[in-house]
Ligand binder design. Structure first.
Ligand SMILES: [Zn+2]
Length: 67
């Protein structure tokens, strides 16, 4: 059972809302697929990270190319 509270709206967060977006490197040097984990009530971003599923797909494709 979830007991953690959102730091903005102070409601208990029963689940996180996951959103996908691009994380760009400054000055146009490329980027990665990223995710944010948001409060489902007020949409405050509680955490952000590189998309682990996209990273996995990139690794699998790189290995396939070598084989
Ligand atoms: Zn909130």
């Amino acid at each position: 059972m979830a007991t953690g509270k959102c730091p903005k709206c102070e409601k208990i967060v029963p689940h996180l809302r996951l959103e996908g977006l691009d994380a760009n490197v400054a000055f146009g040097a490329g980027g990665w697929k990223a995710i944010t984990l948001c409060c489902p009530f007020c949409s405050t971003i509680l955490s952000a990270a590189i998309d682990p599923i996209a990273v996995k797909a990139d690794i699998v494709n790189a290995i396939k190319k070598k084989g």
